[in-house]
Design a protein around this ligand. Structure first.
Ligand code: OFO
Length: 170
């Protein structure tokens, strides 16, 4: 059993993770539309990761004997001016998500829900990686300014990203 305030916050973060997947799928479609298939591949892998993030919340709510509440997912932005604008958006988005996770931890602590506080530590660590990865690509896209050749090399590299589904813990 979970206190209502914590449960509401967990359900709302489940929605936020699904929104993240939606946003990255919109970015994938943008990159496909400008023929940067490596960038598009990176976004597909990112969206798949977000679905894993969402499902971890889903499974946790069920494991605690509570009901998942699926609410409407906002329509994502669909157009950007450039690859640079996309990755600035990605980095800002991930910083915002880190804030949401931190707020969720604060709620679990305030409600003395130690199991949830413990569960959320995975996301705290994951957000460090998410910000690092977004900022890493952003810096490299900045380096390709005025160099289409550099952008195409980066596109080839991002095309190598492979989504690795997590191994289910027993
Ligand atoms: Fe779920 O971490 Fe990105 O948004």
């Amino acid at each position: 059993m979970i206190k209502k305030r914590v449960l509401n916050a967990l359900n709302s973060q489940l929605n936020a993770e699904l929104y993240s997947a939606y946003l990255y799928l919109a970015m994938e479609a943008y990159f496909e539309s400008i023929n940067l298939s490596g960038f598009a591949n990176w976004m597909r892998a990112q969206a798949q990761e977000e679905l894993i993030h969402a499902m971890k919340f889903y499974d946790y709510i069920v494991a605690r004997g509570e009901r998942v509440d699926l609410t409407a997912i906002d329509e994502p932005q669909k157009e950007w001016d450039s690859p640079l604008a996309v990755f600035e958006h990605v980095y800002e988005h991930e910083k915002m998500v880190t804030g949401l996770i931190n707020d969720l931890v604060d709620i679990s602590v305030a409600e003395s829900d130690h199991a949830t506080t413990n569960f959320l530590q995975w996301y705290v660590a994951e957000q460090v990686e998410e910000e690092e990865s977004a900022s890493g690509v952003l810096q490299r896209v900045k380096l390709t300014a005025d160099s289409p050749g550099g952008l195409f090399m980066l596109d080839s590299e991002l095309g190598l990203r492979v989504f690795n589904p997590p191994v289910k813990e027993e």
